[in-house]
Design a protein around this ligand. Structure first.
Ligand code: ADP
Length: 272
């Protein structure tokens, strides 16, 4: 956008003077649009369980007042809806905290084999419940990267949880940590589930983007897990690569220290 504002003075030759301002509106408009979409999506996602809660409360005050069995069942559903709202709010808070820290480089040393092992231990009960076996391949020696341990644990946790939930049909999730790749350290999370078709892959880290909303809801997803992953990896200047083939499964690979010297890595790339 170019704007011309008249100035209260004239040039030596008596001509009127203007100040010209140039503004790149396309980027500003895009950011504005994204923010509005995000608020609309977040409100909608919170409104859905809330509407359900309100409906059940009314039913319990009216038609189901004296039906003990129905009330017990409804309380169960209401708790699930409230838990869904809590998960959404937790994820929204994580995202906003990450945005506030976006310009501060994470400091500290993280040992990847230990961090991934810790996440696997935490998720093992969930995997057992789903009948999924988690296998880890890691080097004997420690693999050290610079980063924030809690944030990286969140990344591995989101990726491994997704692999167990969405790759469930394959019954096996293979995780590998390596420190000797040419580019640097990397962690790969592979499942043998249904896979993701190509057109969805570049959009997976968008907030609230889900391949199938009903499946995500049924699996207690919020649609924010990979957006959080992307934020954390951007802060760590790490990259996320996704390989997926329909019917074969998916691999989500996090690559650390893979920058060309002097080159600031952009947001993580996603490619097949
Ligand atoms: P959600 O909370 O819905 O799991 P995520 O941001 O973690 O949200 O993931 C976004 C979407 O990406 C999911 O809804 C799912 O459709 C798809 N997805 C993520 N991981 C996998 C995977 N390992 N296999 C198949 N689909 C996946």
């Amino acid at each position: 956008e170019v704007r011309a504002a008249p100035v209260d003075a004239r040039s030596d030759t008596g001509r009127r003077l203007f100040v010209l301002t140039f503004r790149d509106l396309t980027e500003a408009r895009r950011m504005d649009r994204m923010r509005t979409d995000f608020v609309a999506n977040a409100s909608h996602e919170l409104r859905t369980p809330l509407a359900s809660l309100m409906g059940f409360i009314e039913t319990m005050q009216g038609p189901a007042r004296d039906d003990e069995a129905a009330r017990t069942r409804f309380f169960g559903i209401m708790l699930e809806q409230a838990q869904r709202m809590a998960r959404l709010i937790d994820d929204l808070l994580s995202l906003s905290r990450l945005e506030m820290r976006a310009h501060v480089a994470p400091q500290g040393e993280v040992e990847l084999v230990g961090a991934v092992g810790h996440v696997i231990d935490t998720l093992r009960p969930m995997a057992n419940e789903l009948g999924v076996e988690i296998a880890l391949t890691a080097p004997e020696e420690p693999v050290q990267v610079v980063g924030d341990v809690d944030e990286l644990i969140q990344v591995f946790s989101n990726l491994i949880e997704n692999a167990c939930k969405y790759g469930q049909t394959g019954k096996r999730v293979e995780i590998s940590v390596s420190g000797s790749e040419p580019g640097g350290a990397q962690v790969s999370v592979r499942d043998f589930g249904p896979g993701i078709s190509k057109e969805h892959v570049p959009r997976l880290t968008e907030r609230f983007y889900r391949v199938d909303v009903e499946t995500s809801r049924a699996k207690k997803g919020t649609g924010l897990g990979l957006a959080i992953v992307k934020h954390i990896l951007t802060r760590h200047r790490a990259r996320l690569m996704i390989r997926s083939d329909l019917g074969e499964g998916s691999a989500f690979i996090v690559k650390f220290n893979d920058e060309k010297p002097g080159h600031l890595s952009p947001t993580p790339e996603l490619y097949q």
